[in-house]
Design a protein around this ligand. Structure first.
Ligand SMILES: Cc1cc2nc3c(=O)[nH]c(=O)nc-3n(C[C@H](O)[C@H](O)[C@H](O)COP(=O)(O)OP(=O)(O)OC[C@H]3O[C@@H](n4cnc5c(N)ncnc54)[C@H](O)[C@@H]3O)c2cc1C
Length: 375
């Protein structure tokens, strides 16, 4: 069969695209392909917010009681959730949250439309006679499959797969704005920790944050550029701990006072890319492909906007694709209400750049790490 849309990547962006397609035109078919390990916005799927509340009530996600930051000065500036009209945020168990989204995509499928989600890995993509052929590999059996569609959506996130990334195979280029890295480690403690804030701290060569996670764990993350001398040091457990205790004041204090330590036997810290990037182009309407989420535009984690931006963009892309497919396939739609995908991402990119400069300009350090983000 030929699906209306094949979406590769079942993170927030891919799931929101699938759910929006379903919501705006339930007659359209999609195939959602994701290779994440299997584990155990209510606008898109009402069951989602119940599932989120349920998972929070049993302690799998935890409430965030506010944000504290030592950014423009050494002292902590606090913003309490009780003062926020939206209430408290959540420290998510990301694997569980993403699985909830994927479950919602499967739950909303009607019997007559053959939309589905499969656990396969994207390998390659090509166009034959105006139809996309997406080649995948089954995660367990390693058998190859081919799925055909009118449109393809790259929602594979920021990482390049070992087979080369989907977006590059579509002919697009990733333009990196910087080379920010995130070094992160989990810490464990047997003592009670009642601090449920997110704490951010600027230092000479980068910035740190920590949040308490479910099940007595705390995550500590250090962000710096790949060519900063501290990046080499942060790769090793001792170096990471030295930087943590010598460069931070408040985060170090939390770790020491509550007797946190690295989990025995675990290999921390891990390192992941965390820089800003944009895909050029983000979509090609003639060829019928587009990217969404981090695959289209990846943000600095300082923004804390990655998930919400991925969900919003997925809603937008899902709705826009239903309009285009209606016009292209059966002439039921009208081109009047069609919005430009490129303009949507341009506006999102400009908002992000303005805010990013604002926050980096207000940090109290002037070293190279900070100076290059203020240009
Ligand atoms: C250090 C760090 C901290 C962050 N902190 C925050 C935060 O506090 N708040 C926030 O909102 N955002 C945060 N973000 C950003 C946020 O994680 C991303 O913006 C968000 O996950 C983007 O969603 P996505 O669906 O585009 O991509 P992803 O979440 O990366 O999902 C991509 C999906 O595609 C699948 N996939 C990839 N390749 C293939 C393939 N070849 N075949 C099949 N499937 C594939 C993956 O398994 C995955 O399920 C942070 C990012 C970093 C790096």
């Amino acid at each position: 069969m030929v699906y209306d849309v094949v979406i590769v990547g079942g993170g927030p962006a891919g799931c929101a695209t699938a759910l929006a397609l379903k919501r705006f035109d339930p007659t359209r078919s999609f195939l959602l392909i994701d290779d994440a390990d299997q584990i155990y916005s209510s606008f898109l799927a009402p069951a989602l917010s119940d599932r989120l509340s349920q998972d929070t009530s049993i302690g799998n996600h935890t409430r965030c009681t506010g944000n504290a930051s030592a950014w423009g000065s050494r002292q902590l500036q606090e913003q309490y959730s009780i003062m926020n009209p939206y209430g408290s945020g959540l420290h998510l168990d990301r694997a569980l949250f993403d699985q909830s989204l994927r479950d919602a995509c499967c739950e909303t499928n009607s019997d007559c439309v053959p939309s589905r989600m499969i656990r396969e890995r994207f390998i390659s993509v090509e166009k034959q006679d105006g139809t996309w052929s997406v080649h995948t590999e089954h995660l367990d059996t390693r058998t190859s499959n081919c799925h055909r569609s009118k449109w393809v959506v790259d929602a594979t996130g920021r990482k390049q797969s070992s087979h080369g990334s989907f977006r590059v195979k579509l002919g697009a280029k990733v333009l990196k704005k910087d080379n920010l890295l995130a070094f992160y480690s989990l810490f464990v403690s047997s003592e009670d920790d009642n601090d449920h804030r997110t704490l951010t701290e600027a230092t000479e060569s980068g910035w740190w944050y920590t949040s308490q996670l479910a099940h007595n764990k705390r995550i500590v993350v250090y962000h710096t550029d790949d060519d900063d001398a501290s990046a080499k040091v942060a790769r090793k457990p001792d170096g990471f701990l030295d930087l943590l205790h010598n460069h931070t004041v408040h985060i170090s204090q939390i770790i020491l006072e509550r007797n946190y330590s690295l989990p025995p036997g675990a290999k921390f810290p891990h390192c992941t890319a965390a820089g800003s990037s944009i895909l050029e182009p983000i979509c090609n309407e003639v060829e019928r492909w587009c990217a969404v989420g981090d695959a289209a535009m990846a943000f600095d984690p300082l923004s804390s906007q990655g998930i919400i931006t991925a969900l919003n963009a997925g809603c937008f892309i899902g709705e826009e694709l239903t309009k285009r497919i209606a016009v292209e396939s059966d002439g039921t739609g009208t081109t009047d209400g069609i919005c430009s995908i490129a303009d949507y991402f341009d506006a999102a990119g400009q908002r992000y750049e303005t805010q990013k400069k604002y926050y980096y300009r207000h940090a109290r350090f002037d070293g190279e790490f900070w100076a290059k983000r203020r240009l």
